[in-house]
Design a protein around this ligand. Structure first.
Ligand code: DX5
Ligand code: ZN
Length: 218
């Protein structure tokens, strides 16, 4: 599908040479760069913070799709915006007030996104759908790359697509976790248009990034 956007997760990159990795993803045809931010508290892993996002910013013009898995999230929104995030996606559980958080991201002139964990009901998007540019459905529990796709989330993707269609607004429907050449077909059939993939993009090293991304486009 030509209109599917691929957002490689740099969680699977070689962290010792992240700048070069971002450039390789850019040249390989990535549409966005997915940045997984983890705090060792909201999720059981620690990754990167605003200084690294800022250091990476000159290495590509592609939008940074920043997925914040940190709690509390509000004290760090300005820092990620200043560092060069384009989209900032937050979990309702990272609170305390998801509506205020999304309003603040919009005030920062960034694209607000809401992300639902596998155990979080779809209803959480209803009160804030007018505020977001992206809905992200997790198809693994957040924290690590390389996990298995949770098939039960396909129904939630379908439900999100229905709710988005009813708004009449352009809202991206993104999926994150366990995406490979098989599961990507399932999530696109369910209505996803933006695909996060770590393992499936980075497999085989930089020489394979372009063919890996092309394979996910189908
Ligand atoms: C998980 C992250 C994902 C992860 C995806 O917490 O949000 O972005 O890196 O990795 P794969 O594609 O390997 O499941
Ligand atoms: Zn992510």
């Amino acid at each position: 599908m030509a209109n599917v956007r691929i957002s490689p997760s740099i969680l699977s990159a070689d962290f010792a040479r992240l700048g070069a990795e971002i450039e390789a993803l850019d040249q390989a045809g990535a549409d966005l760069i997915h940045v997984d931010v983890m705090d060792g508290h909201f999720v059981p892993n620690i990754t990167i913070g605003p200084p690294i996002v800022k250091a990476l910013r000159p290495h590509t013009k592609k939008p940074f799709d920043v997925h914040l898995m940190i709690s509390p999230v509000d004290p760090f929104l300005d820092a990620f915006a200043e560092a060069g995030a384009d989209g900032i996606t937050v979990h309702p559980e990272a609170g305390p007030h998801i509506h205020r958080t999304l309003q603040h991201i919009r005030d920062l002139k960034k694209k607000p996104g809401i992300v639902l964990n596998p155990g979080t009901p779809i209803d959480h998007i209803d009160p804030v759908l007018d505020l977001v540019d992206l809905v992200l459905i997790m198809t693994v529990n957040p924290g690590f790359g390389g996990q298995s796709f949770i098939t039960s989330q396909l129904k939630k993707i379908e439900a999100a697509a229905e709710r988005i269609a009813k708004t009449g607004r352009v809202i991206a429907l993104e999926v994150d976790g366990g995406i490979n050449e098989t599961t990507v077909k399932q999530v696109i059939s369910a209505g996803a248009d933006t695909i996060v993939a770590g393992t499936a993009v980075f497999r085989g090293g930089p020489a394979r990034y372009a063919s890996n991304i092309a394979a996910l486009r189908g």
